[in-house]
Write a protein that binds this ligand. Structure first.
Ligand code: G3H
Length: 195
């Protein structure tokens, strides 16, 4: 059985500042993760010549894949983080202070809430459909380096978690979630590469 390896990008400079969205590069810690990930992937997929690395088109995922050599890399716009629309680049505190109604409606229904001029989790789930179809068709392992909201949706699909849980699933930084689809169902392993 071929594994699918899911991981968030290494910590970004905006993660450190608490800003959502945007397109920043990696923090020093994020860069260390990129190196550790490359090491892990090169060992784990040593004999898997047909394996590939999928990222979004945002800097933080491309840079996280940057140290991995020996596998083709594919960029997907559909793997980009949830679009926070007018809130892009803000902190949650700023949203709460400047747009309290938006903050409250999101809290009430995070799955359906759509950022003004942005997306909802349901939108993200929908745009991931072609990625899921392609993932299902792959015979070789795939490493998916993406973002928290997107990975919540992908993980929930493979782990068969209910829709209402999707926006709340914890996808920690600097951790690889390995999913194996076998005849007996889905198996999952986690590798935490950094504390
Ligand atoms: O920037 C967006 C976050 O990765 C998604 O987090 O949906 O829990 O606000 P959230």
């Amino acid at each position: 059985p071929r594994p699918i390896l899911l991981t968030r990008h290494g910590e970004s400079r905006d993660n450190v500042r608490g800003r959502i969205g945007s397109d920043s590069g990696l923090s020093d810690t994020g860069e260390i993760y990129a190196k550790k990930l490359a090491n892990f992937v090169e060992k784990r997929l040593k004999n898997e010549r047909a394996a590939s690395i999928w990222t979004s088109t945002l800097q933080r995922t491309i840079l996280t894949a940057g140290s991995i050599v020996g596998f083709p890399k594919i960029q997907w716009r559909a793997l980009e983080e949830i679009n926070a629309g007018v809130c892009d680049g803000m902190t949650y505190e700023e949203i709460k202070k400047n747009m309290p109604e938006e903050y409250e409606s999101r809290k009430k229904d995070k799955l359906r809430y759509r950022y003004p001029r942005g997306e909802s989790y349901l939108d993200v789930i929908q745009r991931l459909e072609p990625v899921i179809i392609e993932l299902e068709r792959q015979r070789a392992p795939v490493v998916v380096i993406s973002h928290q909201a997107v990975l919540r949706a992908l993980y929930s699909y493979f782990a068969d978690r209910p829709l209402k849980e999707v926006p709340h699933i914890e996808i920690p930084l600097h951790t690889i979630i390995e999913i194996q689809m076998g005849v007996t169902g889905v198996q999952e392993k986690r590798y935490k590469l950094m504390d």
